[in-house]
Write a protein that binds this ligand. Structure first.
Ligand code: FAD
Length: 377
């Protein structure tokens, strides 16, 4: 690999920003091109699991992220009335991996990453329209501008233009689940400290976690078939009063709606000197809270391989080989969890809760171990 190669990253989401940081630490000087006029993520929180926090530890930003967010030491699944169905203690993993799981506002996370990379390395209002390959790669942006690049990392999200143009692949799957997210200022009892809760109702669920002393990040997901013209409070009226309180305390203009899609697993993430990263390569439903964590793992893998490698093609081939199995495991498992969490039939719900309650702790821990472990990189 030529260190004077020009490295370009398309997209300044969590994936693109982390990739820039990892490449910078590998001694490279990537430039990010982002279509939006500012780095302004959806006003919601995000759970950064142990695998992501281990990466941030290695990239030297763990402390900043921990300080800006809240530690999460338990993941609790409950019924709609917040009665526990199952609980995973994360303390064992905190000791094993030396990091906490952290819930944080997306804006705070992206600000930390952007500051670390340097704003001069992020070109805003640059929407990529096309990519042409010759001796080098020609990137054509809107308003008739273009640049030449030797290497392109496409972190341009689930609808990736690069994936469509260069790889000519990618089927988006509609989960038929619809989602609202928000952040509200509220003081909840201390028994909610350090716990990420997901309450499963009938074809709907509600999750929430503290992201700072007085701020809660929450999400509400419902089967499309149950959507009707009603307020969110009405749609979730059978849920615990704390859930309804959280919803009612969130200003309506601070609630964001999205339709939940994923990317049917694709088998090729790299071609020559172009590769896909994050949602562009393996967008997943959010049911395991792993979409961004997997993008962060991609970024770390690339950075590490570039530190060791001889050629870009070699790095990209190894990256795909190392990462694809785990990323697809997450996509497929998350898809299944989404279906199970949204049963509408009373007997199916009772039976599901019975099974989830009876699953031995060791099985849950084995699954978490698999997701949190990044020692394969
Ligand atoms: C409801 C919900 C909850 C979630 N919760 C979690 C969670 O708790 N934990 C977790 O790990 N993950 C979670 N995720 C998943 C996570 O949000 C995504 O996986 C992650 O944000 C993907 O990052 P990315 O950088 O790959 O893509 P994106 O965040 O989509 O970023 C892509 C960037 O590229 C830019 N771009 C797109 N096209 C172009 C173009 N042509 N030219 C230039 N720029 C372009 C976009 O403007 C954007 O800034 C959740 C997702 C949803 C929907």
């Amino acid at each position: 690999m030529q260190t004077e190669d020009r490295f370009t990253i398309i997209g300044a989401g969590i994936g693109g920003l982390t990739a820039a940081l990892a490449l910078k630490q590998a001694g490279l000087q990537p430039l990010i091109y982002e279509s939006a006029p500012e780095i302004k993520p959806v006003g919601a929180g995000i759970l950064l699991a142990s695998n992501a926090m281990q990466v941030f530890d290695k990239l030297g930003v763990r402390g900043k992220i921990e300080n800006a967010g809240c530690k999460v030491s338990k993941i609790r699944i409950t019924d709609a009335k917040l009665t526990t169905i199952s609980e995973s203690e994360l303390e064992k993993f905190e000791q094993q991996f030396g990091v906490y799981n952290v819930a944080i506002h997306r804006a705070d996370l992206q600000k930390i990453l952007a500051e670390e990379i340097g704003f001069q390395n992020i070109q805003l209002s640059k929407r990529l329209l096309n990519i042409e390959s010759g001796n080098t790669l020609k990137l054509i942006f809107d308003y008739g501008t273009s640049v030449q690049s030797d290497v392109v990392i496409a972190a341009d999200g689930i609808k990736s233009l690069v994936r469509n143009k260069v790889f000519n692949t990618g089927t988006l799957r509609d989960s038929t689940q619809r989602c609202w997210r928000g952040v509200c200022e509220i003081e909840l009892p201390t028994n909610y400290n350090q716990v990420a809760i997901e309450a499963w109702g009938k074809g709907k669920r509600f999750g929430f976690v503290k992201i700072s002393e007085k701020k809660i990040y929450w999400y509400a997901v419902i089967n499309e078939s149950l959507m009707r013209k009603a307020s969110l409070g009405e749609l979730f009226q059978e849920f615990h009063e704390d859930v309804l309180h959280i919803i009612s305390r969130t200003p309506e203009d601070k609630i964001f709606y999205s339709e939940i899609f994923d990317l049917q697993p694709i088998t090729q993430w790299q071609k020559g000197k172009v590769c896909l990263l994050g949602d562009a390569a393996h967008a997943t439903t959010p049911n395991m809270g792993q979409g961004a964590c997997q993008a962060i793992e991609d970024a770390y893998t690339l950075g590490k391989l570039f530190q060791e490698a001889k050629s870009t093609e070699d790095v990209f081939a190894k990256y795909e080989k190392l990462r694809i199995k785990k990323a697809h495991f997450v996509v497929n498992t998350s898809w299944q969890i989404g279906k199970i969490a949204h049963y509408e039939n009373d007997f199916a719900i009772w039976f599901r809760n019975f099974i989830v309650k009876s699953i031995p702790k060791s099985i849950n821990e084995k699954q978490l171990q698999k997701v949190f472990d990044i020692s394969y990189v």
